[in-house]
Design a protein around this ligand. Structure first.
Ligand code: ADP
Ligand code: ASP
Ligand code: MG
Length: 432
C-alpha cells in the first residue's frame, strides 16, 4: 500500500491533472494506492478572499465566488470531451452551500465560517480527479475526508482525534482497496464530532497524507512537488541551492519547524512513529530520485537556509519597571497560546521580554488589548528571520550583506538571526 499526495501546483491546469494520472499509472498501479489531492492552483487563497469579503460586502463575496466557479467550469470543459453530469451536480452543490453561507446573516465565528467556505477547494478538485480517473477506466473510489478524519473544534487548525480517525480510515478504506479500487480523497479537511467541517491549517494536505499513511501502515508515502526534492533553501529565494538526497526524520522536522515550506511541519511525526519513509519527488521529472526521508542515521549535511519573511520583534516591558518575573512570563505565554501566537525566538532582560513572531496584526492587536494596562509594548515590523542549520562561519558575511542584525542566537549547529534589510532588496541571495 502507498499514499501519494498531489498539491495545488501539480493540478493547476488540465495538463497538470493528466500528468498526475500518468504518475499514478506509472508509479502507483502495482500497489494499493491512496491519492490525496489539494485544491487546484491558488484556489484556497481565492476562497480566503471570499471569506474576507463576506464580512464587508456580500456582493463582492458573490462576485469573487462566481470567478472561482467559472475558472473550475473552464477547467472541467477543457479536460473532458463529455461533461460528466454527476460531477457537474456535485460541484454545483458545493458552490450553492457557500452561497448560503454568504447569504446567512446569523452571527458565526470568523474561523468557523472560514472552514465551511475554504474547504470546498479540495472537495471540488478531488471530485474532478475522481471523475477523470473513471473516464479513463481506472477503478477508483471517492472518499469524503470528513467521514474519516475526526478533529476537535479548533477551527482552522483542527486537532486530530487519533483513535477515532485511525479506526474510521481503516474501516472505510481497506474494503475498497481490497476490491482493487484506488482511493481519491481530499487533503486539508476533516470534521468535528458534530459533523462540522474543519480545516487542518494552511498547507495541511501533506499532513492528511501522513495521517492516512500511518493509519494504514503503508509501505511509503510520496509527496509530488514542483521542485526536485528538499533543497538546501527555497529556490524561489536563493541561488545555488542543491538537492538533499537523504534526510533523517529529525532533520526534516527541524527544517519544517523553522519554516521550510516544502513540507507541512506536522507531516513528519506520524510517519516517524510508524517508521514510514517519505519521498519528496518532482511531478515535472518523476523519473528523478527526489529526497528520501527516513529513520536512517543522519548523513553529512551541507548548510540549509530557511527564511521566514514578515516577522516582527515585539518588546514587552513592565510599566512599573518591575523585573520580568516568572508570573509575567506565565501570563504572556498563556495569552500567546490563547491567540495562537507562535514564538519563533525570544529573549529576556531585567525589565523587558522580546519575542520574534509572524507579523499578524489581527492576532497581535487581540493580544495587546489584554496587556496594555500592565506592559509597555513596542513593535519592530518588516523583519525577516533566517535560520541556518549546519552553518559555517565563512558563509555568514555574504548571506547577511546589507542586513542589520537585530537578534541572534547560535545553538550547536544552528544560527538564527532576525534582520532588517537596509540595502535595496536583491531578490536572489547566495546560500554558500
Ligand atoms: P504543494 O504544491 O504541495 O502545495 P508547495 O508549493 O507548498 O507544494 O511546496 C513546494 C514549494 O516549496 C516549492 O515550490 C519551493 O518554492 C518551496 N520551498 C521552500 N523551501 C524549500 C526547500 N528547502 N526545498 C524545496 N522547496 C522549498
Ligand atoms: N489547499 C490548502 C492550502 O492551500 C491545503 C494544501 O494545499 O496543502 O493551504
Ligand atoms: Mg502548498
Amino acid at each position: 500500500m502507498k499514499v501519494f499526495k498531489f498539491g495545488g501546483a501539480s493540478a493547476k491546469d488540465p495538463e497538470g491533472l493528466k500528468n498526475i494520472t500518468e504518475i499514478i499509472k506509472t508509479y502507483g498501479a502495482s500497489d494499493s494506492l491512496v491519492v490525496v489531492i489539494s485544491a487546484i492552483g491558488k484556489t484556497t487563497n481565492a476562497l480566503e478572499d471570499v471569506v474576507h469579503a463576506k464580512i464587508q460586502d456580500k456582493n463582492k463575496a458573490f462576485e469573487l465566488l462566481l470567478k472561482i466557479r467559472q475558472s473550475h467550469e473552464n477547467y472541467i470543459q477543457n479536460l473532458f470531451l463529455e461533461l460528466p453530469e454527476l460531477l457537474m451536480e456535485d460541484i454545483n452543490e458545493h458552490f450553492v452551500e457557500v452561497e448560503w453561507i454568504i447569504e446567512e446573516d446569523r452571527e458565526m465565528s470568523y474561523d468557523y465560517m472560514y472552514d465551511q467556505i475554504v474547504s470546498i477547494g479540495e472537495l471540488i478538485s478531488s471530485r474532478i480527479l475522481y471523475h477523470w480517473l473513471l473516464s479513463i477506466d481506472i477503478k477508483a473510489a471517492w472518499i469524503d475526508a470528513r467521514e474519516i478524519i475526526r478533529t476537535d473544534d479548533t477551527w482552522r487548525e483542527g486537532r486530530i482525534q487519533w483513535n477515532v480517525t485511525n479506526q474510521q480510515i481503516q474501516d472505510a478504506l481497506i474494503p475498497l482497496l481490497n476490491e482493487g479500487k484506488m482511493i481519491v480523497t481530499q487533503g486539508f479537511i476533516g470534521s468535528t464530532m458534530e459533523n462540522n467541517t474543519v480545516t487542518l491549517g494552511r498547507e495541511g494536505s501533506d499532513y492528511t497524507a501522513a495521517i492516512l499513511s500511518s493509519a494504514l501502515a503503508v509501505k511509503s508515502m510520496t509527496i509530488w512537488k514542483d521542485v526536485p526534492g528538499v533543497l538546501t533553501g527555497d529556490p524561489k529565494t536563493f541561488e545555488n541551492v542543491t538537492k538533499l538526497d537523504r534526510l533523517s526524520y529529525t532533520e526534516a522536522i527541524e527544517m519544517t519547524y523553522y519554516g521550510a515550506k516544502v513540507i507541512h511541519p506536522k507531516t513528519i511525526q506520524p510517519l516517524e512513529n510508524a517508521q514510514i519513509p517519505l519521498y519528496v519527488k518532482s511531478f515535472i521529472h518523476p523519473t528523478q530520485s527526489g529526497t528520501y526521508i527516513s529513520g536512517d542515521p543522519d548523513p553529512e549535511y551541507p548548510p540549509i537556509v530557511v527564511l521566514e519573511p514578515n516577522q516582527a520583534l515585539v518588546h514587552f516591558s513592565s510599566k512599573d519597571l518591575s523585573f520580568i518575573a516568572e508570573y509575567h512570563l506565565a501570563k504572556l505565554f498563556s495569552l500567546f497560546d490563547r491567540f495562537r501566537i507562535r514564538v519563533n525566538m525570544m529573549r529576556n532582560t531585567a525589565i523587558s521580554f522580546t519575542i520574534c513572531t509572524q507579523h499578524d496584526e489581527f492576532k497581535l492587536n487581540q493580544l495587546f488589548e489584554e496587556l496594555h494596562d500592565e506592559f509597555r509594548i513596542v513593535v519592530d515590523p518588516e523583519l525577516e528571520l533566517y535560520t541556518i542549520r549546519h552553518y559555517n562561519e565563512y558563509m555568514l558575511p555574504e548571506l547577511f550583506k546589507g542586513k542589520l542584525i537585530l537578534l541572534e542566537e547560535k545553538i550547536r549547529n544552528t544560527v538564527q538571526r532576525v534582520v532588517k534589510t537596509t540595502a535595496p532588496i536583491v531578490h536572489k541571495n547566495k546560500t554558500t
